[in-house]
Design a protein around this ligand. Structure first.
Ligand code: CP
Ligand code: NVA
Length: 312
């Protein structure tokens, strides 16, 4: 009988150290160069990833499922109607059952507490594939993209323009961990949570980065990387109309981009609402890396799954 070591999860960007995050980014770059393993001979041969989705997805589902196939394993999609997490049965029972059959669990949920509870009861690694609080796998793919475009993370000045949401939170924490200077520029009332800013600032003390929030769009001046996301996230559809007015001055367009560094890297996690948070031509301008970002989800998540399997 083998003695099982502690199970490791990835619910937040801060669940890996800066050194481990760099190791993940190096592995992701290797995977990008030589992505395909023969099935049954890859690092996760014969392993199964259970994928729980309470919300829709294109990139997350396809990157995890494809990634698992390329690593020699297999992924099972469990959509909102399949298990009805917390309704048909408790989160605890889902975690305990999946731990008996699957080797890893990935979950996209409404409430962050749900991934925390899954991780509490699961004996296999749990990966947060987006909650209301964080989107750490997106941040991993984003960091890989920033390294490709900017050649580094430490010292990079990144502005996130828009809602202080899950994607903004993970970028703030990633900046704090890896030494980036992250500024979230939001309309009044839509700033990131103070608790996340405080955690990111505490991390930044060690890494040399910084974490800030402002309502002033002029803060985009001289930024190396400019990032945006939808004004109303999944689950906030009823607020979408009312948000248009306060968010309009925060649209990423050619006028705003003139104030950033010339040829600044443009990022968007996608899906995009063209004409709202970003103009179509700005998403396609020189410097845009939005489809590199999408592709890098695959490489970064493969690196993450291999690392979690090794650690647990
Ligand atoms: N960026 C992202 O997570 O995309 P999906 O919602 O399509 O998975
Ligand atoms: N903030 C968005 C990200 C989608 C990938 C949402 O939560 O819907």
């Amino acid at each position: 009988m083998t003695t099982k070591t502690k199970t490791h999860h990835y619910l937040s960007v801060t669940d890996m150290t800066a050194d481990e995050t760099w190791q993940l980014l190096r592995t992701a770059a290797e995977f990008k160069r030589a992505p395909i393993y023969r099935p049954r001979h890859g690092p996760l041969a014969q392993q199964t990833l259970a994928m729980i989705f309470e919300k829709p997805s294109l990139r997350t589902r396809v990157s995890f499922e494809t990634g698992m196939t390329q690593l020699g394993g297999h992924a099972i999609y469990l959509g909102p109607a399949d298990i009805k997490l917390g309704v048909r049965e408790t989160v605890e029972d889902v975690a305990l059952t999946l731990s008996r059959m699957a080797d890893m669990i990935m979950a996209r949920v409404f409430k962050h507490e749900t991934v925390v509870e899954l991780a509490k009861y699961s004996t296999v690694p749990v990966i947060n594939a987006l909650s209301d609080l964080e989107h750490p796998c997106q941040a991993l793919g984003d960091m890989q993209t920033i390294v490709e475009r900017e050649g580094k993370l430490a010292g990079v000045k990144l502005a996130f323009v828009g809602d202080g949401n899950n994607v903004a939170n993970s970028l703030l924490l990633a900046g704090g961990l890896m030494g980036m200077h992250v500024t979230v520029i939001s309309p009044p009332g839509f700033e990131p949570a103070g608790e996340v800013l405080e955690r990111a600032s505490r991390l930044a003390k060690d890494s040399g980065g910084s974490a800030k929030a402002t309502t002033d769009v002029e803060a985009i001046k001289g930024m190396d990387v400019v990032y945006t996301d939808v004004w109303a996230s999944m689950g906030q559809e009823s607020e979408a109309e009312a948000r248009k007015e306060p968010f309009r001055p925060y649209q990423l367009n050619e006028t705003l981009m003139k104030r950033a560094r010339p040829n600044a890297t443009v990022l968007h996690c996608l899906p995009a609402h063209y004409g709202e948070e970003i103009e179509y031509n700005t998403s396609r301008r020189k410097g845009s890396a939005i489809f590199d970002q999408a592709e890098n989800r695959l490489h970064a998540e493969k690196a993450l799954m291999v690392r979690l399997a090794e650690k647990s």
